[in-house]
Write a protein that binds this ligand. Structure first.
Ligand code: SF4
Ligand code: SF4
Length: 136
């Protein structure tokens, strides 16, 4: 049976060059989609991936990653957008690191690409009318 997870990796300085995605594909036969990657000025890094593959391969890969020096956080849950409440002000688009929130260039309405979202919750803090939320 296949399993799909969304994972946030936090790399300590000096480890950003480690070929994690390559290992996941080559050694664990997983399908990997990079949703977000950033390197801070101190050379620490963040990487958000969608990972999909056979359940046992995903579990083996997580065991391998647990042995590495990086932090691994499985991103559970999803962000809820209350379209009726939304004012389409665009405030959330400027804080979204995944570019999951954008304003339509034609009618300036908010578009939410849930596939890109990695549940950082920044939009829930930025929205003035609480249209973005994280259901408990
Ligand atoms: S939680 Fe909000 S700000 Fe964070 S990635 Fe998802 S849509 Fe963007
Ligand atoms: S910040 Fe809130 S009200 Fe403004 S566009 Fe985003 S979801 Fe809509």
């Amino acid at each position: 049976m296949n399993k799909k997870i969304k994972v946030l990796f936090t790399f300590p300085p000096g480890m950003v060059g480690k070929p994690i995605t390559y290992c996941l594909v080559k050694d664990y036969d997983l399908w990997v989609n990079i949703l977000h990657a950033e390197i801070a000025p101190d050379k620490a890094g963040k990487l958000v991936l969608d990972i999909e593959g056979r359940e046992e391969d995903v579990e083996r890969a997580l065991d391998f990653l647990a042995c590495e020096e990086l932090q691994v956080q499985i991103l559970n849950g999803s962000i809820s957008w209350d379209e009726d409440r939304c004012l389409h002000c665009g405030a959330c688009t400027s804080v979204c690191p995944a570019h999951a929130l954008t304003l339509d260039p034609v009618d300036w309405s908010l578009k939410f690409d849930r596939e890109k979202c990695y549940v950082c919750k920044l939009c829930t803090l930025a929205c003035p009318v609480k249209a973005m939320s994280m259901p408990i």
